[in-house]
Design a protein around this ligand. Structure first.
Ligand code: ADP
Ligand code: MG
Length: 238
């Protein structure tokens, strides 16, 4: 059974039709990368899965249940954004544990989970620091830590690395790949970086103007692009 199923999804913002009939079934544990030109609706699609936007038409199912009317915090998803706004006055530990405190988890449970997440991300030496005392890469690790502590079965990433310099991006890309292997979670990852798409994806979904242009393994899209648009996007020779 698919873990996340999107059926006939449309999204309008007033008169603007942004998502125009998306059908997508994502298997449990699959790493799906959404790519496509700026403005084609990637973030909107992701935010609709997270529950931050309401679908205008169509359904989102998680674990076989329609979640269209479920609040974001009651969906089994955690989202990591590009601008990972950390709370400046809170320590790393407090930032990572914030979502658990908000959900009234018992304090020992929060401590255990924060330590485990921090260890997984190699920031367990930084738990008492404030965000301003961290590098960009370390801050992004804290943002990912906030998602991990909740033990979600689904991670949604919206261009999480695009604010980092090239070297850090490489490092964090490997880190995210390792996390996926370690956690076995389902991941949906938006990027405009071809290297990220080719190296991270079990499957690439290429969007264009609110629709899916083609989806398949990185190799399929590279070797058998169905349209010139796909070929152009992935730099393959068609
Ligand atoms: P992408 O992430 O692929 O760059 P987005 O999903 O952010 O694209 O945006 C797709 C289109 O929807 C853009 O034209 C954008 O201006 C529009 N859009 C996104 N969010 C809103 C909103 N809250 N209100 C109105 N228009 C929006
Ligand atoms: Mg976007």
């Amino acid at each position: 059974m698919a873990h996340v199923t999107i059926k006939g999804l449309h999204k309008h913002f007033g008169a603007v039709h942004v998502v125009k009939g998306i059908d997508l079934a994502i298997a449990d544990g699959e790493f799906t990368v959404l790519v496509g030109p700026s403005g084609c609706g990637k973030s909107t699609l992701l935010r609709t899965v997270a529950g931050l936007e309401q679908a205008s038409e169509g359904t989102i199912e998680i674990g076989g249940k329609v979640v269209n009317d479920t609040r974001p915090r009651d969906r089994d998803v955690a989202m990591v954004f590009q601008d990972y706004a950390l709370y400046p006055h809170m320590t790393v530990a407090q930032n990572i544990g914030f979502g658990l405190r908000a959900r009234n988890f018992p304090r020992p449970e929060i401590e255990t989970r924060v330590k485990r997440a921090a260890k997984m991300l190699n920031i367990d030496q930084l738990l008492d620091r404030l965000p301003r005392q961290l590098s960009g890469g370390q801050r992004q690790r804290v943002a990912i830590g906030r998602a991990i502590v909740r033990n979600p079965q689904i991670f949604l990433f919206d261009e999480p690395l695009s604010n980092l310099d090239a070297q850090l991006r490489d490092e964090m890309r490997s880190e995210i790949k390792r996390l996926h292997q370690e956690l076995g979670a389902t991941m949906i990852y938006v990027t405009h970086d071809q290297i990220e798409a080719m190296t991270l994806a079990d499957r690439i979904v290429l969007m264009n103007a609110g629709q899916i242009e083609q989806s398949g393994t990185p190799l399929e899209l590279y070797e058998k692009p169905r349209t010139r648009f796909v070929a152009g996007f992935l730099g393959s020779p068609k």
